[in-house]
Write a protein that binds this ligand. Structure first.
Ligand code: GAR
Length: 195
């Protein structure tokens, strides 16, 4: 499998995936890491791992549509047949998903369908839930929606701030995403209608 990754920022999930791959926990090839931010730490992590990487800053394009088209063409030229979103903070258009025509995965720091969108941990704290967590799912045309692959619960502790909760969830994300990649690259995930 040729894996492409899109990430907007820090890229700690990308790093966890690269580490698992280097340790031989799944067999695949990372062929492209793209970002909508030129200064994304994720690009540096890709470079360090000798994975082709490229930035697509919005200022280089006349519209978001053009920016997305450039990302799409680059992923297609790279031969990507599995796209992994790792902290990519944009919703991909139906056109993009149709044209790319391969499975797209996302990780989100909540137990979806609760708390999609930005600031999932803040949403969880504001709601007052006692348990949150993270979700790996196939991407459809909605916001943080699509068939769920793996989920793990994480407790919300009294006195948690957005930062402490995010950190606790992130540790689990770094375990869950490589496991999802392992299952997918081993052909152990079956996509059946909405599930
Ligand atoms: C992660 O917590 C990820 O789940 C979240 O962004 C963070 C990226 O961190 N993604 C979303 O909220 C997607 N809606 P990272 O750049 O260190 O991997």
């Amino acid at each position: 499998m040729k894996i492409g990754v899109l990430a907007s920022g820090r890229g700690s999930n990308l790093q966890a995936l690269i580490k698992a791959w280097q340790e031989g926990r799944f067999s695949a090839e990372f062929v492209a890491v793209g970002s909508d931010h030129a200064d994304a730490m994720a690009l540096k992590r890709a470079e360090d791992a000798h994975i082709p990487q490229r930035a697509f800053p919005l200022k280089d394009y006349s519209s978001r549509k053009e920016q997305e088209q450039a990302i799409l063409e680059w992923l297609q030229e790279s031969g990507v047949d599995l796209l992994v979103l790792a902290g990519f903070m944009r919703v991909l258009s139906p056109h993009f998903l149709k044209e790319l025509n391969c499975p797209v995965l996302n990780i989100h720091p909540s137990l979806l369908p609760s708390f999609p969108g930005l600031h999932a941990q803040r949403q969880a704290l504001e709601y007052g839930v006692k348990v949150s967590g993270c979700t790996v799912h196939f991407v459809d045309e909605g916001l943080d929606s699509g068939p769920i692959i793996l989920q793990e619960a994480v407790p919300v502790e009294p006195g948690d701030t957005e930062e402490t909760l995010a950190e606790r969830i992130l540790k689990v994300e770094h375990k869950l995403y490589p496991e999802a990649l392992r299952l997918i690259t081993a052909g152990q995930i079956k996509y059946d209608k909405k599930k």
